[in-house]
Design a protein around this ligand. Sequence first.
Ligand code: OGA
Ligand code: ZN
Length: 328
Amino acid sequence: MAKENKNCNLKEYSFATEEIPRLSINNPETDKRIADGLPVVITDSGLVQSALHWDLDYLQENIGDGKFTVYKSNNKRFQYFDDKKVDSCKDFQKPMEHMDLTFSEFVSKLKTAKAGKDRVYLQQALNEGVGKRIVTDFLGFNWSWVTEQQKKNKFGALTSNLLLIGMEGNVTPAHYDEQENFFAQIRGYKRFIMFHPDQFKCMYPYPTYHPCDRQSQVDFDNPDFKRFPKFKDAKGYETVVGPGDVLFLPMYWWHHVESVPEQGHTISVTFWYKAGPIGNINYPLSPQQKVSMMRNLEKMIHQALNNADEVPEFMQNMVLGRYTDPPS
Ligand code: OGA
Ligand code: ZN
């Protein structure tokens, strides 16, 4: 069980959290939560049972000699950014560096970066380049369970299985994804702090045209409550996943992920699925649909003005003094 191995090393944040339930694959509540779009840790799905023997030596021998996407950061944060949006965003400082390394180059960096500087995080989709043994392990995943979930819940196509290998203490800052995810833990412990999509107003995501689109602007370690006052009201959920655990991470749910300090490196694999067909829209809209609508409106405005610099004033003219009074 993941729980006994953690608590002492976990940082306290400014917001309260509730535990995400840990349930068996056979518990009807598990399927209900997935169907309802709520996070749940499934403790015995066997989804990546065939990969629980993966460690750095085994992977180094069998994963192939191609190049892998590795991020390097000079602090513990690994904040994703969209390279395609960097050029149109003046003064943007890349929060981490992108490198293409062989697996053994990555492993030697991981082993020498202990002092806390020059941390690395491998984030590479599993693809054809991998060796025979990894292919066998991959084919041994519990595809029947996960594919049944995909069908029952009308998810779209599987887009990718991302292999994540992180150093203890690495942090992926809070963001949401536009895909459904079964997140499978293989080695080490990861703490997930999650927020419902209805907490959008507390999380203050960057504008959609910004390279850090979908990411919260709030620094959890040092929240600027003047700029982001509603972050005080944020109510989270959390869990720690360990080897064999699978977290259902529903689309649009905020998540901040930390590889638990002092517990060694972490190995995880994601199962990302596209959103299903929209179907009939029922009113009132769900928080998820509202986030999607806000994204579309923001993108339309940006596109029509054809200049990111004009968007803030346009948005302010639209709301200041007209929609900014607190609702009565
Ligand atoms: C994800 C994710 C980050 C991490 O799976 O969507 O953001 O550090 N993972 O595992
Ligand atoms: Zn994510």
